[in-house]
Design a protein around this ligand. Structure first.
Ligand code: DHB
Ligand code: FE
Length: 279
């Protein structure tokens, strides 16, 4: 059966794309952020996953407000990136793994998660930039991918508790796939940030650090909060942290923290990074 080798959770911010395009990794503003990925690169070099299942939220590139699935799973042979209007260069396309996609889709529907399957799917900065941070400078991506989207853009949003349960079911789906593939699950979004309205620029360091700590010690901790409470505590876009919960929930056994990094600000966002290894 396929094996989940670990979960990596990270923020996604369009400005990272510009920093990569302009080689700003050593710039004082960016260095603490980019340096945080070095231990994760060493871990990926050692573990060499075959497939990345990437849990993220689309921001209007693939799904728009007129049609918004709560949960969606990519089932394409290839996923292309396209211009979202941020002025960042697009990245090479990603190979899919349709066998795993359909196994996940079937398994999630059997577990009563009525997902949308997408045989054509564009992937936005929330998918592409974490990949570019995890595998910098490659000419071809070293993993096949399966995108999994959670709606955090158009209300109503699925609760943190629901996202955690979807993550648990996603983990069971991956680990019941008849394959010897090594799978890393990536969750992208958060941590605290608010891009609009009266509280634009809102950051909550205390909550973010407690949340990061909870992922190793008490992973269901954040599921006690409603979406409204999470918006209050982390900002309107801070609710993207549900991606971290779903990714963490795919790992059912004990985990070891490979890396944790927290840096404020990257653009408007408190950026966080964690890598958790199966033990
Ligand atoms: C920013 C953060 C995001 O999560 C996003 O999707 C877009 C922009 C920001 O901080 O600028
Ligand atoms: Fe975002």
């Amino acid at each position: 059966m396929a094996k989940i080798v670990g979960a990596i959770t990270t923020s996604h911010v369009p400005a990272i794309g510009k920093a990569i395009a302009n080689s700003l990794q050593q710039d004082p503003y960016w260095k603490p952020f980019f340096d945080g990925f070095k231990p994760v690169h060493a871990w990926l070099d050692r573990v060499k996953p075959d497939i990345a299942v990437v849990v993220y939220n689309d921001h209007g590139l693939n799904f728009f407000l007129d049609k918004m699935p709560t949960f969606a799973v990519g089932a394409a042979a290839e996923y292309r990136n396209a211009d979202e209007g941020w002025g960042i260069p697009t990245v090479p396309s990603f190979k899919g793994d349709q066998k795993l996609s359909w196994h996940i889709a079937e398994s999630l529907v059997n577990e009563e998660f009525d997902i949308t399957t997408c045989q054509e799917m564009l992937v936005d900065h929330a998918f592409t930039l974490p990949m570019a941070l995890l595998w910098p400078g490659v000419s071809a991506w070293p993993v096949r991918t399966v995108p999994v989207c959670i709606n955090t853009v158009q209300f109503p949003l699925p609760s943190a508790s629901r996202c955690y349960k979807m993550g648990e079911a996603l983990g069971r789906a991956i680990e019941s796939w008849d394959s010897d593939a090594k799978v890393v699950v990536i969750g992208t979004g958060g941590l605290s940030h608010q891009l609009d309205g009266e509280r634009a620029g809102f950051i909550n360091k205390e909550f973010d650090l407690a949340f990061m700590e909870s992922l190793t010690t008490n992973p269901k901790w954040a599921t006690q909060y409603s979406i409204a409470e999470l918006v209050e505590k982390t900002g309107t876009q801070g609710v993207e942290l549900v991606m971290w919960l779903a990714a963490r929930a795919t790992m059912k056994g004990a985990v070891r923290k490979v890396q944790g990094n927290y840096h404020v600000p990257i653009s408007n966002t408190a950026s966080g990074l964690m890598a958790l290894e199966a033990v």
